[in-house]
Design a protein around this ligand. Structure first.
Ligand code: GTP
Length: 482
């Protein structure tokens, strides 16, 4: 019950904590991170968009194109200035009229419709908006992967006359995303409208391709692509854990921002706490059980002692002894082994009580018990049979040996130096040998009869049982003096 109780408490707190962690990640942590990143993006990544817009609306640039692109060093200088003023890796202008591609170094090349590298230009011409963000190798910059902000240039009547903008190295931008990732401690990356991963932090360099094909996230790819400007919460299973994902569309970039958190980090902490709880609970249960068992055993032993032993002398009491007698008789019968008994009684004990009081009488009884123990063998059983009457059972003992033992006991007690004020205590004893097939009652009745004769003959002596008559197997007509 203890273990079940501990387990129920630990498990329920584990599941409650897990739910609250999930709730915190999905409804607070990730949306908050997404909001923060979005506002920082506006500052960090949308700035180039503004620059590109300013370039496209620049009167000098537009007039220069409209006036036939004369004196190319003027546009070269303009693009150089933009580049150095805003820290961009490249600044460019493409004229619709000449198809020249100008950069800070002059004319780089001409754009051509069938050229794969120039697809962006012809795509830009067809889009509804004013600009698009594009990741491509930059010819003007040793083909370094670059994020371009490509902005349409329109004449004063709104006709398309070219494209301008700037490029930022992906490296520089991934640093920005790396910075977000470190600060927010979550996986942050961007995918374009087709689901292609376009930008991820350096630590996520393995994250490549389309989210529609990557294991795990492909299950929610459609949901990601359906996300609007507001953060959309979702999750997917990945390598035995659950990944919580927050996706939102960033219209200024035309990309989706994805913020992810693997719950296993936090869950493993509470799982460890659960294991620790179970361990502590088990230890507590074991200790409590051990203490309880120890207390019960002690109590049981005390009860057994009280039930089997005489409180005053510490000898076996009559109930316990009766069981023992039956076992001894059974053994003696089955193996035909000798068994003897000595029944002894203190002489004139009433006088001791009457003269010195019961407490002195009690002490005498205690000392009698201890002297008797010292005279007998370990294997002999002693019992306080009645008030001042004691019974000894001697296994493997003949009548002659029992007689010697009884005599030795009588003499030892007579010589024993009892504590003052009692000087002398004597005993009378009856000795009997067990007869085959005889009952315990008969056995002790004969011992009682022998004791009676010892008393009758003047006390302080040992009497043997009377010799059997013709009907010797019959018990004498005496009862046990309890
Ligand atoms: N102090 C004490 N006295 C006990 C106890 N049990 C029995 N007695 C007393 O033992 C005495 C036995 O007296 P009797 O049966 O007359 O025997 P006795 O005085 O020894 O005389 P004989 O046996 O004939 O020699 C009684 O006074 C009982 O009260 C006990 O546990 N403590």
């Amino acid at each position: 019950m203890l273990i079940a109780g501990f387990l129920a408490t630990s498990l329920s707190s584990y599941y409650t904590s897990r739910e609250s962690i999930r709730l915190r990640i999905s409804s607070k942590g990730l949306p908050l991170t997404s909001d923060n990143i979005y506002s920082e993006i506006q500052h960090d990544l949308l700035r180039p968009v503004l620059i590109a817009a300013q370039m496209a609306n620049d009167t000098f640039l537009r007039n220069w194109v409209l006036e036939g692109e004369r004196r190319p060093e003027q546009i070269k200088q303009f693009l150089q200035e933009v580049k150095s003023r805003y820290g961009a890796v490249s600044a460019f202008l493409v004229s619709e009229n000449s198809r020249h591609y100008y950069y800070a170094g002059g004319v780089l090349k001409d754009v051509a419709e069938g050229e794969a590298r120039d697809k962006w230009y012809f795509r830009l011409r067809g889009i509804a908006g004013d600009y698009e963000t594009n990741v491509d190798p930059d010819l003007a910059n040793r083909d370094a992967i670059t994020i371009f902000i490509n902005h349409k240039v329109l004449d004063f009547k709104g006709n398309f006359i070219g494209a301008t903008g700037i490029g930022l190295t992906l490296d520089a931008v991934s640093h920005i995303v790396d910075n977000y990732q470190q600060r927010f401690n979550r996986r942050i990356y961007f995918v374009d409208r087709s689901g292609q991963i376009v930008l991820a932090s350096k630590s996520l360099y393995l994250l490549r391709g389309s989210i529609r094909e990557l294991p795990g996230i492909r299950e929610v790819a459609d949901k990601v692509m359906a996300a609007g400007n507001e953060p959309e919460a979702m999750h997917y299973p990945f390598r035995g854990s659950t990944i919580w994902l927050n996706a939102r569309f960033i219209p200024e970039l035309g990309w989706y921002l994805l913020v992810e958190e693997d719950e296993s980090g936090e869950i493993s902490a509470i799982r460890n706490a659960l294991l620790l709880n179970i361990l502590i609970s088990t230890c507590i249960t074991v200790v409590v059980l051990a203490i309880t068992l120890y207390a019960i055993n002690r109590f049981q032993r005390r009860l057994e002692r009280l039930a089997n032993y005489d409180v005053l002398t510490g000898l076996l009491n009559r109930q316990a002894f009766e069981l023992l007698i039956q076992q001894s008789i059974n053994t003696a019968q089955r193996y035909q082994r000798p068994l003897a008994a000595i029944l002894f009684d203190l002489d004139h004990f009433k006088t001791i009580n009457d003269t010195h009081g019961h407490l002195v009488g009690d002490e005498v009884l205690r000392q009698i018990a201890s002297v008797t123990r010292s005279v007998l063998r370990e294997s002999d059983a002693i019992c306080r049979w009645g008030g001042e009457e004691f019974l000894i059972l001697l296994s493997e003992c003949s009548q002659a040996q029992a007689l010697l033992t009884a005599e030795k006991l009588r003499a030892t007690i007579e010589l024993h130096d009892f504590t003052a004020p009692v000087k002398l205590v004597t005993i009378s004893a009856g000795v009997v040998q067990y007869r085959q097939r005889e009952t315990a009652i008969s056995f002790f009745a004969r011992a009682d009869e022998a004791l009676y004769r010892a008393k009758a003959n003047g006390r302080n002596q040992v009497e043997l049982e009377s010799q059997p008559t013709d009907r010797s197997s019959e018990p004498p007509k005496t009862t046990i003096n309890a």
